[in-house]
Design a protein around this ligand. Structure first.
Ligand code: ADP
Ligand code: MG
Length: 233
C-alpha cells in the first residue's frame, strides 16, 4: 500500500512536482506515462526513498516515511537507469553483497535462482564491467527480485534493452502481477507499458493530470495522452 498526499518537490525556485496525491493498494499495477521533464523520475526517487519531498506525506504499508525510512527500503525493489552494481565484482558477488546486506538466509541459493531467472547463468563469475547494457539491466532486475520485494518501482526499464532482455523483463513483470506484488512502472513504451497495467497515471509539468483504471484500448489511450500533454510535447 502506497499513500501519497500533497507531495510537492521544489528545487531552487522551480516546482518539479505539485500537490501529487494518490493511494495505490497492494497488488495494483500502475503505469506512469508522461513527456520528458514531466517529473516522473523525481516522483520515482521520492517513492524509492532516494529523495525527500519538499512537503507532503508518503506512507508505505501504513508507515510514514521519515528519517527511519531505511527499514522500509527492504520492502522496495527498484529498477532504474542506475543499476546500483559494482563494476569490478562479478554478477554473483554483486548479488551476494546485496543478499548479505539484507540479511537473506540461503544467500548463495537465492542469488543463483534470480540469476537463472534472468538468464545470466553463463556470466555468473564475469565482472560486471564486461557486461552489455542488456546484461546489466538483466542483472539489475535480478538484484531487484532478490529480496522478494512487496513493492516494485521501475523507471523506464525498457530503455536500451535488446529483444531478449525485453522478453525477460515482460516475463518478470507478468510474474510480479500474478504474485500480486504492487508495481509502479514509468515508461514511454505504450505497447509494453499498459498491457499488464490496472491503472494509468499521466504526469505533465509536475502534475498528475490523469488517474484512471486501465479500461482503454491502446488507440484511445494514445488520444487521451496527446490531449493531456499537448500534441507537440
Ligand atoms: N537536481 C535537479 N536540479 C534542478 N532541476 C532538476 C533536477 N532534477 C530534475 N530537475 C528538473 O525537474 C524536471 C523533471 O525532471 P524529471 O523528474 O527527471 O522528469 P522526467 O523523468 O519526467 O523526464 C525537469 O525539468 C528537470 O530539468
Ligand atoms: Mg525520467
Amino acid at each position: 500500500m502506497i499513500e501519497m498526499k500533497d507531495i510537492t518537490k521544489k528545487i531552487g525556485d522551480k516546482i518539479i512536482l505539485k500537490n501529487i496525491s494518490f493511494n495505490i493498494s497492494s497488488g495494483q499495477f500502475v503505469t506512469v506515462l508522461g513527456p520528458n521533464g514531466a517529473g516522473k523520475s523525481t516522483l520515482f526517487k521520492i517513492l524509492a526513498l532516494l529523495m525527500k519531498p519538499t512537503s507532503g506525506t508518503l506512507k508505505i504499508n501504513g508507515v510514514t516515511v521519515n528519517e527511519s525510512g531505511i527499514a522500509l527500503r527492504a520492502k522496495l525493489g527498484v529498477i532504474s537507469h542506475n543499476s546500483f552494481l559494482y563494476d569490478s565484482l562479478s554478477a554473483r558477488d554483486n548479488l551476494l553483497f546485496y543478499a548479505k546486506m539484507y540479511g537473506l538466509k540461503n544467500a548463495e541459493r537465492a542469488v543463483k535462482e534470480v540469476i537463472q531467472q534472468v538468464g545470466l547463468e553463463l556470466s555468473y563469475y564475469q565482472p560486471v564491467k564486461t557486461f552489455s547494457r542488456g546484461m546489466l539491466q538483466r542483472l539489475a532486475i535480478a538484484r531487484c527480485l532478490l529480496t522478494n520485494p512487496e513493492i516494485v518501482l521501475l523507471d523506464e526499464p525498457y530503455t536500451g534493452l535488446d529483444q531478449q532482455a525485453i522478453e525477460i523483463l515482460n516475463k518478470v513483470l507478468k510474474t510480479l502481477k500474478t504474485e500480486k506484488r504492487t508495481v509502479l512502472m514509468i515508461t514511454h513504451n505504450f505497447e509494453e507499458g499498459v498491457t499488464l497495467s490496472d491503472r494509468i497515471f499521466i504526469l505533465n509539468r509536475g502534475q498528475l493530470v490523469f488517474d484512471e483504471p486501465n479500461t482503454y484500448v491502446l488507440d484511445t489511450l494514445k488520444e487521451i495522452y496527446l490531449k493531456k500533454v499537448g500534441v507537440f510535447s
